[in-house]
Design a protein around this ligand. Structure first.
Ligand code: UN1
Length: 441
């Protein structure tokens, strides 16, 4: 029923001037800010976010609304006029594609949920918004606020529930013109196959998937800075970001010093209730996630050496907590899959093997984020040239891309692009139309 209503309403939403659609999205952004306390509380309660993470999440959601509104005004507002060789007038413009299905993850239940929906709406599409099963309440509140801002309810439909049934059915239906998906590479493949098997127009898929993200540290790096940035990248959001650091590649010569400092810094981290301001690292999202992380560490006990783990207090016995873990590995094939949690794998490389180590990371097939800590300027250029990652960060942490200035998204197994929060995102939600008018005399 939602799909049928979305199909019926889409044409009139598409005809609504882009400036008016943008006005509604900006109004939604204001309402999100007006309801700040409530949205932060929901992110903490439902998604286990710490307060700073929740604040960043709300900031990003608001940024997505305002950025796509501004982009849409330029892209969809103007019709480009092109005088042709025979005196005809050619015009070119963008329209919506139809109904977009937005499938978002639990780790950014407000920001990514809102970003996908805002992009699809700004581009003139009707939307079926399918939140992650773990985080429907945050998404529900976001939808309510968008409707309050004036987005017509026939255009924006909230579809919480099971991914395989609700999401699966909507993907399989040829009336769904496109899918924006953030989640695992396996699920993206499944969606792609389902889309390929449908009759009717060929569906578009924008997929943002996993990573096997590395940070390179050479001997010119500042160890104290490396420690702050690597701990933040690996353990912030309890490592539950696709951009999070998984493999810290440290040049042998400074590895002992860096590892020593890492252990000290880990001892200062508070793991616990995210509602407490003192907490640095909250829980894994659910029991399945925690079990997956436990199994990974159990496996590594034979293939690698566990260097250090954060202490867990008694308070964490009730809940799905997992102690941030530092593990040393001497080969990359122990990491078959993305390990979605606070586990930092350290790998020591010999300075002459830097290029080979980078190639081994590229060969995982993933290409989401990558970092470098070095005071040798030419290394940064070399990394940018050779890396397969979509987002590179030099001498800083590798998470928290900022909408509009650090377009975010991966290459290879990490996603199809275009990048969220970047200038090429909206056109992927659009169809193009050229009109050629020949004047009669
Ligand atoms: C994700 O974790 O699913 O840059 C992607 C960042 C965020 C990551 C979002 N934009 O850390």
């Amino acid at each position: 029923a939602a799909l049928a209503a979305a199909v019926r309403s889409q044409a009139s939403w598409d005809r609504t001037p882009a400036g008016e659609r943008a006005r509604l999205l900006n109004k939604a952004a204001n309402l999100f800010e007006d309801h700040q306390a409530e949205l932060l509380a929901l992110c903490i309660k439902e998604a286990g976010k710490t307060l700073p993470d929740a604040v960043a999440e709300l900031r990003e959601a608001v940024d997505f609304l305002r950025y796509y509104a501004a982009e849409a005004k330029g892209l969809f507002g103007d019709v480009i006029e092109m005088p042709g060789p025979t005196g005809e007038l050619n015009t070119y413009g963008l329209r919506g594609r139809g109904v977009f299905l937005c499938i978002s993850p639990w780790n950014f239940p407000l920001a990514i949920f809102t970003g996908q929906v805002a992009a699809a709406l700004a581009s003139g599409n009707a939307v079926l918004a399918k939140p992650a099963e773990q985080t429907p309440l945050v998404a529900y509140r976001a939808v309510q606020l968008m409707l309050e801002a004036g987005i017509p309810p026939e255009v924006l439909h909230f579809l919480p529930g099971d991914g395989a049934t609700i999401g699966g059915r909507a993907v399989a239906d040829p009336r769904t013109a496109g899918v924006a998906f953030t989640g695992s590479t396996e699920t993206a493949r499944l969606i792609n196959k389902t889309l390929a098997g449908r009759d009717g127009p060929i569906g578009v898929l924008i997929a943002e998937t996993g990573g096997q993200n590395a940070m390179f540290v050479d001997s010119s790096a500042l160890p104290e800075q490396v420690v702050l940035d690597s701990v933040y990248s690996a353990f912030n959001s309890a490592g539950q970001r696709c951009s999070a650091l998984r493999i810290l590649c440290v040049q042998k010569d400074i590895a002992p010093r860096v590892i020593d400092l890492l252990k000290g810094h880990m001892d200062e981290l508070d793991v616990g209730d995210p509602a407490q301001l003192s907490t640095d690292v909250g829980p894994a999202i659910d029991e399945d996630a925690r079990e997956m992380l436990d199994a990974h560490v159990r496996r590594l006990k034979t293939d690698a050496s566990i260097i250090h783990r954060c202490a867990l207090t008694r308070e964490t016995e009730a809940g799905t907590f997992f102690a941030p873990t530092l593990v040393e590995i001497d080969r990359f094939d122990v990491l078959q899959r993305e390990v979605f949690g606070p586990v930092m794998h350290v790998y020591r490389y010999d300075s002459k093997d830097l290029a080979r180590t980078l190639e081994a990371i590229n060969n995982t097939g993933y290409g989401l984020t990558m970092g470098l800590h070095s005071r040798i300027d030419s290394r940064a250029g070399k990394l940018a040239e050779l890396s397969g990652a979509g987002n590179l960060y030099i001498n800083r942490n590798i998470i928290g891309a900022v909408v509009g200035v650090q377009p975010f998204g991966g290459r290879g197994l990490s996603g199809t692009g275009p990048k969220a929060g970047g200038p090429h995102y909206l056109p992927r939600f659009a169809s193009e139309c050229t009109v050629c008018l020949l004047y009669t005399s």
